[in-house]
Design a protein around this ligand. Structure first.
Ligand SMILES: Nc1ncnc2c1ncn2[C@@H]1O[C@H](COP(=O)(O)OP(=O)(O)OP(=O)(O)O)[C@@H](O)[C@H]1O
Length: 290
């Protein structure tokens, strides 16, 4: 495999807490990301997935450890160096309703990061970007409110692609979308990756979703990576107890398979009681009646 494009080594993130005490939310996490690869960070709500993404983007404090992009340190650097990085590492957020400025046209939304990076000629590029995400050319003149959730996420993807980044952090990019739209957006992200070689750091609570889009999966539990490996292996033959719980909590459509797995989960939990584990978030969407 190629040299890693992004390396996170022994990352520790602490936030100021009550009475001047600090709370550590990321406890020495390490992973790397290669060009053209999708690595997913999976864990329940509060496990620290978004914080890791924000630390890479310089939006959360790197209290210890360091982060490098193409071998160059990007943690705790100056604003100017940060701006340089912004061209290479972009982000797509979970909520396509709040992540796009409602008072700007789609063209202005897409051109904005180019102008901020001092790239000229952005407006000519917009039509090609809209086309590459499957939106009509006249979409540029319209406003976000005129589009559905899936279309808005396509606008967010076009904006992320505007600076031809090497890495895109996809923070739960499909969790606000219905299942069919989810599949379309994931397919689009895969096509873009095949065409451009962009690497994705994909953040999700849903092992079932990331299994199909990832090359590797890192499982995060309370700010620690407890398992990292090939996506198929982690999703279907996990080693760590916590991953097994996440796997058993991922919702599936077939009610017969769901019942079989629920029974297996009950058996497993009865045989492995562990008060230290909280119920993974996805479990709440699994029906408890046949
Ligand atoms: N700015 C902050 N100040 C203090 N604590 C924070 C801050 N940002 C995040 N945290 C805490 O860090 C922990 C991890 O949060 P984070 O949002 O990274 O989790 P997550 O796995 O992305 O969860 P979710 O799936 O719900 O988005 C949480 O306990 C959260 O309360």
């Amino acid at each position: 495999m190629s040299q890693p494009i992004l390396q996170v080594e022994d990352l520790v993130v602490r936030f100021p807490g009550r009475r001047g005490r600090e709370t550590t939310v990321i406890h020495g996490v390490s992973f790397d990301l290669h060009a053209g690869e999708t690595l997913s960070l999976v864990g329940e709500s509060g496990s620290g997935k978004t914080t890791i993404g924000r630390a890479i983007l310089g939006l959360a404090p790197v209290s210890a450890g360091h982060i490098t992009f193409r071998g160059e340190t990007i943690s705790n650097v100056s604003r100017a160096q940060r701006r340089k990085l912004a061209r290479n590492v972009q982000v797509i957020f979970q909520d396509p309703y709040s992540s796009l400025n409602p008072s700007m046209t789609v063209e202005d939304i897409i051109v904005e990061p180019m102008s901020a990076a001092g790239v000229t000629g952005g407006r000519e590029k917009v039509r090609g970007l809209l086309d590459s995400v499957g939106l009509p050319a006249d979409a540029g003149r319209r406003f976000p409110r005129e589009f559905s959730g899936g279309q808005r996420q396509r606008i967010a993807i076009a904006r992320a692609l505007a600076l031809e980044p090497a890495v895109i952090i996809c923070d739960e990019p499909t969790s606000a979308l219905d299942v069919t739209t989810q599949a379309r957006v994931l397919t689009l992200l895969e096509q873009i990756q095949q065409e451009t070689g962009v690497a994705y750091l994909f953040v999700s609570h849903d092992l079932g979703v990331v299994r199909h889009v990832s090359d590797r999966i890192a499982v995060l539990y309370r700010g620690n990576i407890v398992e990292l490996g090939n996506a198929e292996q982690v999703a279907t033959r996990p080693h760590h107890d916590y991953t097994k719980r996440l796997q058993m909590a991922a919702p599936i459509a077939d009610p017969v398979k769901q019942r079989v797995r629920r029974e297996a989960r009950m058996k497993y939990l009865a045989a492995h009681p562990d008060p230290d584990f909280t119920t993974p978030a996805a479990a709440t969407s699994v029906s408890l009646t046949p």
